[in-house]
Design a protein around this ligand. Structure first.
Ligand code: PGA
Length: 264
């Protein structure tokens, strides 16, 4: 079990700072494994919200090795992924469905109908209804026990991008289609062959994220120092979606490395 180098209490959250990203990823995986075991023991099912991107890759690798070593079953696990591009084929290696398959789902004993990722192939005029339905499935499963989150360089959570909405409205944003902001499209431009070729996206809402019983935010590396500091120390504003996590005091744990902690 990796231990944090230091623990801070900031903005109603516990902030665990690890010496490096490897230690942080191990600790995050152990925390997720613990949440799975305790929810399955308590109610026969664990509902886990999952994130994609570079940050959680080592976390999924650790969960797979725990599973292979016989220490973690996914038999009672239901997952909901935070976001997906739209439109995109699930066979496109850039899709988050393909990412999840590669990094976790193909390697553990999760039931095929319990691993939910938005369908990137729904017609454009059906995307809003599909996203709303995704939210209803989460609710029908009793909500999310543990939500794994990354944070974007612009402080987005899932694909809830910065907006000028008043905070009360931002806190209620539901699962929905979204147009990615230019700075996000710029980050993915190489992958998609140009900024204007980056697809739109579907995202779990701020409301569903905040309703999770436990929220684990992962941030590794110096490019995350600014969004981490703005989320924890800056104003509570929808311009910084990470700051909206303060609306869930006592339920948020940040697991970060030293590099991501330098502006705290
Ligand atoms: P990353 O993405 O893990 O690839 O940095 C995080 C995010 O955009 O939420």
């Amino acid at each position: 079990m990796a231990e944090p180098a230091r623990v801070l209490e900031l903005a109603g959250a516990s902030v665990q700072v690890f010496e490096n990203a490897d230690h942080a990823a191990l600790a995050a995986a152990d925390r997720i494994a613990g949440a799975i075991r305790s929810a399955v023991a308590r109610k026969g099912q664990a509902v886990i919200g999952l994130a994609t991107g570079a940050t959680p890759e080592a976390v999924y690798a650790r969960l797979v090795s725990l599973h292979r070593a016989g220490g973690l079953s996914f038999a009672g696990v239901t997952t909901y992924n935070l976001d997906e591009y739209h439109p995109i084929s699930p066979h496109d290696p850039r899709s988050y469905r393909a990412y999840m398959h590669r990094h976790l789902l193909a390697h553990v004993n999760i039931a095929a109908d319990r691993a939910h990722v938005f369908d990137g192939t729904v017609p454009r005029d059906a995307a809003a209804e599909h996203a709303a339905q995704f939210g209803r499935w989460i609710a029908a499963d009793g909500g999310i026990d543990l939500q794994v989150l990354g944070i974007g360089r612009n402080a987005h959570i899932g694909f809830n991008e910065p907006t000028d909405l008043p905070v009360p409205e931002a806190l209620n944003l539901p699962c929905r289609p979204i147009t990615l902001r230019p700075e996000t499209r710029a980050l993915y431009a190489v992958e998609f062959g140009g900024e204007d070729r980056v697809p739109r996206a579907l995202t779990v809402g701020v409301a569903e994220i905040l309703a999770a019983r436990e929220i684990l935010v992962l941030a590794f590396g110096e490019t995350k120092a600014d969004p981490v500091a703005r989320s924890l120390l800056g104003p509570l504003t929808a311009e910084c979606p990470g700051s909206l996590l303060r609306a869930a005091p006592g339920r948020v744990t940040w697991i970060i490395d030293e590099a991501a902690s330098t502006s705290l």
